[in-house]
Design a protein around this ligand. Sequence first.
Ligand code: MF3
Ligand code: CO
Ligand code: CO
Length: 306
Amino acid sequence: MFWWVLKSCISAAILTLHKTGRTQGHVPQTESTALNDTTLAPIRRSSAIRIHGEEAFAAMRKAGRLTAQALDMLVPHVKPGVTTLEIDRLVFDFALQHGALPATLGYRGYTHSCCTSINEVVCHGIPSDKKLREGDIINIDVTLIVNGWHGDSSRMYAVGPIKDWARRLCDVTFESLNRGLAAIRPGATFGHIGHAIQSYAESERCSVVRDFCGHGLGQLFHDTPNVLHYGRPGEGAVLEPGMLFTVEPMINLGTYKVQVKKDGWTAVTADRKLSAQYEHTIGVTETGCEIFTLSPAGLDNPVAAR
Ligand code: MF3
Ligand code: CO
Ligand code: CO
């Protein structure tokens, strides 16, 4: 009996820790899996935001482009009757055929090559044998490692014809991402990005998820800083040329509050209303930003393309 009580206390504590870690967004506080070619020392999440040079930008261009091509490749496959495991397999095969690795595979116990977040799922939906149904909206989030560098991007896809409010949410979320990206220039702050996203999304009567954020990346999947999708101009660090990070707003039709399911990954809206997300990987330049994950096929918003 005592042991049972003790055991439940321990598991509750572990669960709490686990949950706390998860709601720090996509961004764990430590990550030391990647190896640095020159030193063979693990690359760790640093407290300072890394500034990268032209070689890193060239590498990110390759990783970003391949990631975008993977998302392009999926467009004709997203239709009623297809399972999210089949989509996951397509991403896995595509990555390996192109000499890349899916960064999520084996990442903190995650065992798939992408995240597939349907309808009320905010992010980190786990591919399964569940079939897509007409009217679903699905976010597919792919991160590919190419020569050690990470390209991270996600888009919304429509499964057959969708309701007007679902399409509107996707369009608002896509525009939110683009307004956030348009705020990026040296001298602006991360708060300018968050404010551009939040002020637009809320003016469209949508809400901005707080519990997950964008992140620095490069040779690490999740590096400093956290990129919040809400805030005020002037808040946070000042943007400098050479910074690499994602912008990936999650926008909801109802409350911004989320819950994480018992599987420890799947985040859903607290009110089970629809959620949408788009994500790009960018580098700050002298004049603005370079978007590494733009679709070569012009399919940055697959929902609008059909
Ligand atoms: N690709 C997600 C992001 O945008 C992270 C997924 S981590 C996983 O940062 F383990 F859930 F796959
Ligand atoms: Co990301
Ligand atoms: Co992602």
